[in-house]
Design a protein around this ligand. Structure first.
Ligand SMILES: *Cc1c(COP(=O)(O)O)cnc(C)c1O
Length: 420
């Protein structure tokens, strides 16, 4: 096709032939974004799930300013700094018990790669090499080759399929079919001696905001524990209050062996990620033998400015962030309720602060024709929503007001009137 594009920028998850111009954003405050042409947009998806306390939260902004003047970068091999030390200590205080070590990186995908390497390194170093990973149908763990391998196969990664490593996939525990998923995990753990099971707790995000109950998560954790399979929780999306508790694992009262946090780790202000693990995984790499070193780093591992932002975020969680989160969850329940009896929508659902609903519109799935139409409609209404196919979801920052939320739901209702 002949290019019409004028900008040299190649945008993520963007088909440029179908979307020639990008909305130019010049500012953000709380739940609102401001465009170059003077529009105010409500950010209903926290700018791809990262902004938890609102754009440009003053506490985080001043932490960044202060740190940027002190120390902005330092090689993290052989060096350490206070923001990283404090973030690690605070994280271990807030995370499920049993996690003892914190490995820093700079994106969610990388933190998952690190989790997988920790798991395989553990088995290798204790002299029982295992490489098979069990994953859940419809999962998303990132866009790097390793994380694509443990995620759902489909249009997103078809071109790279021959490079992806083989995993065992258990079914998604859909309502009424939970036992089948549990049985599949049990059988994989019994028969294949996998290194690890990786899962998004309570909600599969990019897979379509698919929700499953906490007792299933608890049962899956129990199976892994019994069969000595490492349990990796990918809380990159579900962490930081999204599911109604600080971390989703709390709702099943479980401790993973390895857990990944990113997205809201800095309140959505700077890229940063962590992989937390149990002491015995660290111990398997702890040796006078340099060949047993955990061979992983990113240039910007534990960047001090990003760590200062994360520390400020953790402080907000020790202050009143939980209160704001609970308020949003309650407002979400009130406002989504009427949609449960609206025949134009299916699977109207909520977990914590996240709501989702599927518009009945012929085809489903990510490439459903309705997706781009919905998005254009919402943009016309100055709402930042990015449906996953025919699935519309809200994941607002916790400073969102009831008036903002009402405007978003009104937009969704009007979209159904116009397009369903
Ligand atoms: C976003 C996401 C990732 C990848 O994080 P990036 O920072 O985009 O690399 C991994 N897992 C889950 C569950 C996510 O939602």
């Amino acid at each position: 096709m002949r290019r019409k594009q004028t900008s040299p920028i190649w945008h993520p998850f963007t088909q440029h032939a179908l979307q020639e111009s990008m909305t130019k954003i010049v500012g953000g405050k709380g739940a609102h974004l401001y465009t170059a042409d003077d529009r105010r947009i409500i950010d209903a998806i926290s700018s791809w799930w990262v902004v938890t306390h609102g754009h440009c939260h003053p506490h985080i902004v001043s932490a960044i300013q202060e740190q940027a003047e002190k120390l902005n970068q330092i090689i993290f091999a052989g060096h350490t700094h206070e923001p990283a030390e404090e973030v690690a200590a605070l994280l271990l205080k807030l995370a499920p018990r049993g996690l003892e070590y914190v490995f820093f990186s700079d994106s969610g995908s990388t933190s998952v790669e690190v989790a997988l390497k920790m798991a395989l390194g553990y088995w290798n170093n204790i002299g029982e090499p295992r490489t098979r990973v069990v994953a859940m149908q419809h999962s998303y763990h990132g866009d790097t080759v390793g994380t694509m391998s443990v995620g759902a196969r489909g249009v997103f990664n078809a071109a790279y399929e021959p490079l992806l490593f083989d995993v065992t996939t258990i079914p998604f525990p859909a309502s009424g079919h939970e036992q089948a998923a549990i049985d599949a995990l049990e059988s994989a753990c019994r028969n294949e001696a996998p290194a690890a099971f990786i899962v998004e707790p309570l909600i599969l995000g990019a897979g379509g905001m698919l929700m499953y109950p906490n007792w299933v998560l608890k049962e899956m954790r129990r199976i892994c524990e019994l069969s000595d399979v490492l349990f990796i929780a990918d809380e990159i999306m579900t962490g930081w209050g999204r599911t109604g508790t600080l971390f989703a694992c709390e709702q099943a009262d479980i401790s993973p062996d390895i857990v990944c946090y990113s997205k809201g780790l800095t309140g959505g202000s700077l890229p940063l990620a962590v992989t937390l693990c149990r002491g015995d995984i660290f111990d398997a790499h702890y040796s006078k033998d340099r060949a047993r070193t955990f061979f992983h780093s990113s240039s910007y591992t534990a960047n001090p400015v990003a760590c200062a932002a994360a520390r400020a975020n953790l402080e907000l969680w020790q202050q009143d962030a939980r209160k704001h989160m609970a308020l949003v969850a309650a407002m979400q329940e009130r406002l989504i309720a009427p949609f449960r009896s609206d025949a134009r929508f299916l699977n109207v659902r909520r977990t914590g602060t996240i709501t989702a609903l599927d518009l009945k519109a012929g085809d489903a799935g990510y490439l459903a024709g309705i997706g781009p139409k919905l998005q254009t409609f919402f943009e016309g209404r100055n709402l930042l929503l990015r449906p996953l196919g025919n699935t519309i979801y809200l994941m607002p920052p916790y400073c969102v007001t009831e008036a903002d939320l009402k405007e978003i739901y009104e937009g969704i209702r009007d979209a159904a009137d116009a397009l369903a």
